[in-house]
Design a protein around this ligand. Structure first.
Ligand SMILES: Cc1ncc(COP(=O)(O)O)c(C=O)c1O
Length: 459
């Protein structure tokens, strides 16, 4: 055991300490490598651990988007806090069962504590609750199932959802998985800051009611993936209350900025939500595999998920003692609480708050520097830690402009010090920088800005 752990530890430490020197992404030859590995037979006998570590650390891991790198500014980074990985190792090695309270009361309590801390962060009242899911997508699915159970009759196909044209696909997918036709998800246009048009939303709800539909679910965005836009959550809460709809907030990306004063101001109104999705594997920098669903009324999750069986132990009556199998989709489940609880206990909230504040500052810094590059236009000013921009050359039509910007992103990424991604906003291809890794600091961002300047000069 010691030899196994020591060998793995040495490789991990070497890998993590060399992250700043590694490319921000490198997938040249990765497809060929994947094909080579795909063609392997299931092994009848084992091979030495050192060979396995070589395969992982020398071949497979380097050929990927380096999502743990300080230069990773694409999509939504997170980083992968090492203490959380250590928590996973402990959880896996001890392999305790946290699907039912009775099997490991104290470990279940740690997850419950995490949920309580997150509910407090979102400003949800006593009686709120939730669970740790594998990510924002599964958490969104559970939110939809709980809302459907509470707001609609068993024959629910007239139920309609309201999202903005910027809402993450996870919400539409959740509606589809929960059995709704995709057409029941109404995409409401957003304004020039990519925030949902609440006036158009109200009109659509009224017209749907008049046509015999059953509006039941509004999704507000607390940090869109495209631009980090935050909807007017207070106005959405008012509308949802007036209309008797379930008010869901997708804060998968933005939610942990609630730890900062600026984030709390931007996301005012989130405390009025019926459900909130937060992704610790984004804003708490944890390794992939942890999302959180919080609900205003913890009992709504129980109503949607409880199903007994004779072979299970007796479930708890005390509302403080949670049987997670009764309020979430899984029965056997990873001891996910530990990977959130341990880093929070070890580092304290202040460390995360400082880091998130720094990310907000870095994004403002990047925006100022981008504005100073001739020809660069800021398409979306940061509301949290995303800035979207593009290069504009006179005389080009939209398609040519888009080609120019697609080529620009490739030029930037080819330097491999930063890795950024693009998106379409009103048909225009834009580049976006999302600063969210705890490893990203000013020095790397400035190197990336140098690379953008150089790439623009070559365009
Ligand atoms: C705003 C938003 N919502 C939901 C999701 C889906 O979360 P996950 O990838 O954890 O399933 C994402 C993922 O990037 C996101 O950015």
């Amino acid at each position: 055991m010691r030899a196994l752990l020591d060998a793995a530890r040495d490789r991990i430490v070497e890998h993590v300490t060399s992250l700043p020197a590694q490319p921000a992404a490198d997938v040249e030859g990765a497809a060929e490598l994947a094909r080579e590995l795909l063609e392997q037979e299931a092994p009848e006998t084992g091979i030495p651990f050192s060979e396995i570590l070589d395969l992982l650390f020398e071949r497979a891991i380097p050929k990927s988007f380096n999502t743990a790198s300080p230069g990773y500014l694409a999509y939504i980074p997170g980083g992968g806090v090492l203490s959380s990985a250590v928590a996973d190792l402990i959880a896996g090695a001890t392999n305790r069962y946290v699907g039912v309270w009775q099997a490991a009361p104290a470990l279940v309590q740690l997850e419950t504590n995490v949920i309580r801390w997150l509910c407090d962060l979102a400003g949800l009242p006593a009686g709120s609750g939730g669970y740790l899911a594998t990510g924002g997508s599964l958490a969104s699915f559970t939110a939809v199932v709980a809302a459907r159970r509470d707001k609609l009759p068993p024959d629910f196909l007239k139920g309609t959802f309201y999202v903005s044209d910027q809402t993450h696909l996870a919400v539409t997918k959740a509606a589809s998985l929960a059995g709704f036709p995709l057409e029941n998800v109404r995409s409401i246009p957003s304004d020039e800051r990519f925030r949902i048009r609440v006036d158009l939303l109200a009109e659509r709800i009224a017209s749907d009611r008049a046509s015999g539909f059953n509006p039941f679910f509004i999704c507000g965005n607390a940090g869109t993936t495209n631009t980090g836009a935050v909807d007017d959550l207070g106005a959405l809460a008012d509308l949802a209350a007036r209309e008797g709809l379930w008010f869901h907030v997708d804060a998968a990306y933005g939610g942990f900025f609630l730890l900062t004063e600026r984030g709390r101001t931007t996301m005012a109104g989130i405390d009025r939500a019926d459900s909130v999705v937060l992704d610790p594997h984004k804003g708490l920098f944890l390794p992939y595999g942890t999302g959180a669903l919080l609900v205003r009324d913890a009992e709504s999750l129980r109503r949607a998920h409880a199903a007994g069986a004779d072979y299970l132990p007796h479930m708890q009556e005390d509302p403080g003692f949670i049987d997670y199998c009764e309020i979430s989709p899984e029965l056997s489940r990873a001891n996910r609480g530990l990977r959130v609880w341990l880093p929070l206990k070890l580092h304290g909230l202040a460390a995360f708050r400082r880091n998130l504040d720094e990310k907000l500052d870095l994004t403002l810094h990047a925006t100022r520097e981008l504005k100073a590059i001739p020809g660069v236009e800021i398409v979306a000013e940061p509301q949290l830690s995303v800035v979207a921009f593009r290069l504009v050359r006179p005389g080009l039509d939209l398609e040519e402009q888009n080609r120019l910007n697609r080529a620009l992103i490739e030029r930037v990424n080819a330097r491999k010090r930063i890795h950024i991604s693009g998106t379409l906003l009103d048909g225009a291809f834009v580049l976006r920088i999302c600063v969210l890794s705890f490893r990203t600091h000013l020095e790397r961002l400035d190197q990336g800005l140098d690379d953008i300047r150089a790439a623009v000069a070559e365009s």
